[in-house]
Design a binder for this molecule. Structure first.
Ligand code: AKG
Length: 321
């Protein structure tokens, strides 16, 4: 009897295959080497059109959800942000570029020049309900819940008035989670985006580039631990390795209300701004599964590790407010 039970459990263990991922840090089911088979097993239960979007996301590391966000919701949000930026009492904060070794500072929104590239208003979803309406729009939530196979948590957000001009990078270097690959971001166009305004650029397929290991083992960059040259080499390698694989840099020229969702390791950034007067209003939100914690929770006092619910299945947290 004992032997039979051992055989039974032994066989059972053998019959559960361990998923294999492209990254040594694991990932979502869409990052599994057998993601296409997993998709086939889910297909029947998916809403209309979702399987094609998932297939595209698996292959390319991003998907575009056209008209995912209602124009009225965008207008309400822009009005709320405009009022907040004139209101001396608004608690909203912005990250602004600064000369020196620490290349940025966090200041009250009223003190930030929103028109300067690299200025980002931080986690607007934490204070503006109109931001939450947008980031948790039904098409975005439906896609992300399917990818995460769980409820979702928004944990880091950036509002841009101008192009970011940020170098091509992978978010896993800077947007850190306890499980680094359990990350997706949404990029919502708050207006029609014109060429020359510093549009979002990305290498389709680059989400499968080999892991870049900081100090030989970490997925994220830490400026105190890792050499500046190592960081610069990572940024350069994204172009070199993409070109070696024949990947081409493309630009996103969305209409107001379109959203692009990228996978954790998609190489992306902001193009140079050719038209200095052009705005490029957009809202980026980083999401994870409700079962994963942002790394910054380690450094926040317990009373600041607050997760609030926006609506069923959708929560948010912030390190700033
Ligand atoms: O919108 C952009 O230009 C880039 C934004 C970005 O790279 C990010 O938020 O990770």
């Amino acid at each position: 009897m004992l032997r039979r039970l051992t055989d039974y459990f032994g066989n059972k263990e053998k019959s559960v295959p361990v998923p294999s991922y492209y990254s040594s840090f694991g990932g979502l089911w869409t990052d599994r080497k057998d993601a296409v088979d997993v998709l086939a097993s889910k297909r029947k239960k998916l809403p209309q059109g979702m399987a094609d979007k998932l297939q595209f996301f698996i292959d390319n590391g991003f998907v575009i959800l056209e008209q995912a966000v209602d124009h009225g919701a965008i207008d309400n949000y822009r009005r709320d942000l405009e009022i907040a930026s004139r209101d001396g009492d608004s608690a909203l904060l912005a990250s602004v570029p600064m000369a020196g070794p620490q290349d940025k500072d966090v200041v009250p929104l009223k003190d930030a020049d929103l028109g300067a590239p690299l200025t980002k208003v931080l986690d607007t979803y934490a204070l503006l309900p109109s931001a939450r309406t947008m980031i948790f729009s039904d098409p975005i939530v439906s896609f992300l819940r399917t990818v995460f196979e769980s409820d979702i948590l928004a944990f880091q957000g950036l509002h841009f008035e101008k192009g970011s001009t940020q170098a091509i990078h992978q978010d896993t270097a800077y947007v850190v989670l306890e499980e680094p690959m359990k990350l997706c971001a949404s990029w919502i166009a708050l207006e029609d985006v014109k060429a020359g305004s510093g549009e979002l650029n990305y290498y389709p397929g680059s989400h499968r580039l080999p892991d870049w290991l900081y100090s030989g083992k970490f997925k994220h960059f830490n400026h105190e631990r890792d050499e500046h040259e190592e960081h610069m080499s990572h940024l350069k390698a994204l172009h070199d390795r993409s070109e070696e694989k024949g990947l081409k840099l493309v630009s996103f020229l969305p209409k107001k209300g379109d959203a692009l969702i990228w996978a954790s390791d998609l190489a992306h950034g902001g193009a140079q701004i050719e038209d200095k007067n052009a705005t490029r209003r957009s809202l980026v939100t980083h999401f994870t599964s409700s079962e994963t914690l942002p790394y910054y929770f380690r450094f926040l006092p317990e009373e600041r590790r607050v997760v609030a619910q926006a609506k069923p299945g959708c929560s948010y947290t912030t390190m700033y407010y």
